[in-house]
Design a protein around this ligand. Structure first.
Ligand code: 5PA
Length: 332
């Protein structure tokens, strides 16, 4: 761990869910295809449940919940939400009762199947946008309070200043690993959904004084202007840490392909290519779209000569949308 980041974070309660530093690997076939050196930070292997970026945020979110004496956790997301499933799983492990407020149709696949298999309480609503779940989740928390419970409400994707600390910590880990490997990255790229991962990286890299620039690939809008939202979240997390830093608004490119959760053929084809060339599994909602953006922009030189992709997990998405991907790829 980077000493400055380690000392800034030391006073925040954290439950350890990530038992190791996730590996950084070189991707030879991808690098050859785009003409730049591309590495991957394997945060799909964070080591709890299905892995992914949410585990790092949950270390601080659930640490905070426990230190406040909460006994229930309420969070929200789409029915395919990776965040919702791992939050509920980690809450259960720690003895807190989870309630998930979800958007979509109750199809038994992907994460929703896992939610049901693990006996997690779910309440599903057919609303149009995930943000419409916010007042519903607040009502659920209120209902729990009336029943004498102490709920801890986690926003979409864990994108609160506390959750953001998870990726401030990860920025420290990446910086120490890259210096051990003798590498200096020009850009560090990730998929942007709720924005907490990019916000944490932006703040962490800036605190360290790293020359690596955080770059986001937007996979859909979760309310308002994403660049502004990420910057604000990074600034709020900075305040929480008690530091004053002048942060640059990170670059975010739109790789939503028209809508959040829209499954498209180009991404399905790329997932197949990366999987068979590198043995790395991406998903069609987040990492597949972000990696498509990385390859397209790296090919033009826009991301510099040495690029790190943060693999944020999401494997269940392949099992939620796999049939649709196959149908798209089989179309003439
Ligand atoms: C998600 C988000 P941020 O939300 O921190 O921007 O991360 C984007 C992201 N990769 C990247 C994967 C696999 C993700 O699941 N998922 C959300 C969810 O509900 O699962 C928050 C949307």
């Amino acid at each position: 761990m980077h000493p400055k980041i380690g000392s800034l974070l030391s006073r925040f309660p954290r439950v350890e869910l990530v038992p190791w530093e996730t590996p950084v690997q070189y991707l030879p076939a991808v690098s050859e295809a785009v003409g730049a050196d591309v590495y991957i930070k394997r945060d799909d292997l964070t080591g709890f449940g299905i892995g992914g970026n949410k585990i790092r945020k949950l270390e601080y979110l659930l640490g905070d919940a426990i230190s406040r004496g909460c006994d229930t956790v309420v969070t929200m997301g789409a029915v395919h939400s990776n965040h919702a499933f791992v939050t509920a799983l980690a809450a259960k492990k720690l003895g807190l009762e989870p309630v998930l407020v979800l958007r979509g149709r109750e199809e038994l696949r992907g994460n929703y199947l896992l939610d049901r298999l693990m006996g997690i309480e779910t309440r599903v609503f057919e609303v149009g946008k995930t943000t419409e779940l916010i007042p519903i989740a607040e009502k659920v928390a209120e209902e729990l309070r009336v029943r004498g419970k102490r709920p801890y409400l986690i926003p979409i994707g864990g994108a609160s200043p506390i959750g953001t600390l998870g990726y401030v910590r990860a920025a420290g880990e990446i910086t120490s690993q890259s210096s051990d490997l003798g590498l200096e990255f020009d850009t560090i790229v990730d998929a942007v959904g709720s924005g907490g991962t990019l916000a944490g990286l932006t703040l962490g890299l800036s605190l360290i004084g790293s020359r690596a620039k955080p770059v986001g690939m937007g996979v859909g809008i979760f309310g308002g202007d994403m660049g502004e939202k990420v910057l604000k979240l990074a600034e709020e997390a900075g305040k929480l840490l008690g530091v004053s830093v002048k942060l640059e608004r990170p670059r975010i490119y739109d790789y939503s392909f028209g809508a959040y959760g829209k499954i498209v053929r180009e991404v399905a084809e790329l997932i197949k290519w990366v999987e068979t060339k590198e043995g790395i599994l991406l998903d069609p909602v987040y990492t597949g779209k972000a990696f498509y953006g990385l390859m397209e922009l790296a090919g033009t030189g826009e991301l510099g000569e040495r690029i790190l992709f943060v693999h944020t997990g999401g494997l269940p998405g392949l099992f939620h949308y796999g049939e649709e991907m196959l149908r798209l790829m089989q179309k003439p």
